[in-house]
Design a protein around this ligand. Structure first.
Ligand code: SF4
Length: 323
């Protein structure tokens, strides 16, 4: 039977991850939120680091958003940290049912189902990108709708046993065997049941989306005590960064700060749907500035600051004389 084959395989093949077998809903939620947009290898150290600082939902509730973002810094997609913080404000303890979990900030059907099944044993299927791919291949479906996949996944859930383990087994198969490219069909425990294995990469059809390229300038101002940083908007809301703008605005910006910046190099940065090219300019500035290590920064800003620092070191200039 398909279910038995998958569960037996999972028992022997699952990767030893720190959240395996976890029953604490807060820890499960954190691991799921991290894994939404971060690869496992990168998520593991952040998971540990986050729990060291915020071991419980209560600890998270008592922390400021800025502190949470600082611990999250580097792993990207800061909205996730913001949502976690809002969840901690919204609930003393996490609710126990799928329907209630779905109502919390930032929890879609997938995350709610993962937490409900793994922490509370609710029989609800969790369909993430991995499960979507496995099911589409198993049943040779080119363009299944989310609703159809959810129904299919629900129908496959074993009547007995731990639904959380079943959900993890399907995801693990997708992550390690039924991979997006070159799936390992000969080693797959579901080979005997799979209708798509003759041409697995046909299922499901890729949703192609070209990356947009954007060219901007960044201005690094070294003040007497640190760097000029301003609160960010949009995707980096809650973080701090150096001013970035279309390059033709450089003259006006420099005049506003009373500086004459030098070009110090280019930084390239990949976001999910955008590729950024930043021409970096830097100048010594009369203002104070702040220590960048004390603020939560997006990766992009860290790269820009490193570029500017390399230029400084090369020129033999020592900034932050008053720090
Ligand atoms: S046989 Fe191949 S395509 Fe089918 S589920 Fe297994 S790995 Fe995926």
């Amino acid at each position: 039977m398909l279910q038995e084959a998958l569960l037996a395989w999972y028992e022997g093949a699952k990767r030893p991850l720190p959240w395996r077998g976890e029953k604490d809903p807060y820890r499960i939620l954190l691991s799921e939120v991290l894994l939404q947009q971060t690869r496992v290898e990168q998520a593991v150290p952040y998971y540990r680091r986050f729990l060291e600082r915020f071991p419980t939902l209560k600890a998270l509730r008592e922390a400021s958003l800025e502190e949470v973002l600082r611990v999250w810094a580097g792993v990207g997609y800061y909205r996730r940290a913001e949502h976690l913080h809002r969840v901690s404000q919204a609930a003393e303890t996490l609710p126990r049912s799928y329907e209630e979990l779905k109502e919390l900030p930032g929890l879609g059907p997938y995350t709610a189902a993962a937490v409900a099944s793994m922490a509370f044993g609710e029989r609800v299927a969790a369909v993430d990108g991995n499960v979507r791919r496995v099911l589409a291949r198993l049943f040779a479906l080119e363009s299944p709708t989310p609703k159809a996949l959810q129904a299919l996944a629900q129908a496959l859930l074993p009547e007995e046993g731990d639904p959380g383990v079943w959900n993890q087994a399907l995801m693990e198969l997708g992550a390690t065997v039924c991979r997006p490219k070159r799936p390992l069909c000969p080693a797959c425990p579901l080979g005997a049941f799979c209708q798509g294995q003759k041409a697995p990469e046909r299922y499901p059809k890729a949703r192609a989306r070209a990356k947009r390229e954007e060219r901007l300038a960044a201005l690094v101002l070294w003040g007497r005590k640190g760097v000029y940083l301003e609160p960010q908007k949009g995707r980096f809301q809650g973080l701090y960064g150096v001013p970035t703008f279309p390059e033709e605005e450089l003259g006006a910006r420099a005049r506003a700060f009373g500086v004459e910046p030098s070009y110090v190099g280019e930084v390239r940065h990949e976001l999910t749907h955008r590729r950024l090219f930043l021409r970096v300019y830097a100048a010594l500035w009369e203002g104070e500035g702040v220590d960048p290590k004390a603020k939560p920064l997006p990766k992009l800003t860290e790269k820009v600051l490193r570029q500017a620092e390399a230029f400084l070191a090369h020129a033999g200039v020592v900034p932050f004389q008053d720090a």
